[in-house]
Design a protein around this ligand. Structure first.
Ligand code: CA
Length: 221
């Protein structure tokens, strides 16, 4: 998932960004409210991790602006442990969930998966297409019941395709979802990942729609 992290504290921000990247997410990290709104105006994110105590425009204002502008990206707010009123205000302003600092990175990862899942309108946490099953929480993929090992990026790419099964996703969209701002991306990076995925999951697992993008078949309901 591509995640926007809004956190002014260097140490906490660095810890969260590193942790989420280790889980295979692409993370764009900004440190104030204006930069957050600018990022949200130019990129599509699977989730936003939003610290409420920011210099200048605070997190609550960012959240209210997002929702007033029709942006429905799932938002996880970060609050001080004692600040119950902050939490309530955040949830009332349209946050999907909150974590009180300090928190464990594992919990942040799990809760982000949960809010992204809810936003995608999926009840079942495991995705399926043909013989392939992908479990975002367990970070596990099987083909006909047999476990397959994917790299973090391959996993993210396959997850995005399976979440959108039956829809064709343009290469640029996949590239944006996989890589943050500061990462060098080879022009054929997505093609290379698709090549590896087909080798591991089967030639028919991902379909190329020439000139448009890639898709995975949707299972009949
Ligand atoms: Ca702060």
């Amino acid at each position: 998932m591509r995640i926007l992290l809004v956190e002014d504290d260097e140490l906490i921000g660095d810890g969260i960004a590193t942790g989420l990247r280790d889980e295979g997410h692409a993370v764009d990290w900004v440190q104030d409210g204006d930069a957050a709104l600018a990022a949200l105006g130019t990129h599509e994110y699977a989730a936003v991790v939003l610290d409420l105590g920011l210099p200048g425009r605070n997190g609550l204002e960012v959240l209210r602006r997002m929702r007033a502008g029709g942006n429905r990206t799932p938002v996880m707010i970060l609050t001080a442990r004692a600040a119950v009123d902050e939490r309530v205000a955040g949830l009332d302003a349209g946050a999907d969930d909150y974590l009180a600092k300090p928190f464990a990175l594992d919990e942040l990862g799990a809760r982000l998966r949960a809010i992204a899942r809810r936003a995608a309108g999926r009840a079942a946490p495991v995705l399926a297409s043909g013989r392939i099953e992908l479990d975002p929480a367990a970070h596990a993929v099987t083909v006909a019941g047999k476990a397959v090992t994917l790299s973090a990026r391959e996993f993210s790419l396959m997850q995005l395709l399976m979440e959108n099964a039956g829809r064709v996703l343009p290469r640029e969209r996949l590239e944006q979802a996989l890589y943050g701002w500061n990462e060098e991306v080879e022009s054929n990076a997505v093609e290379v990942h698709i090549h590896h995925l087909r080798r591991k999951l089967g030639k028919e697992s991902i379909v190329t729609v020439r000139g448009v993008g890639y898709t995975v078949p949707r299972d009949p309901a």
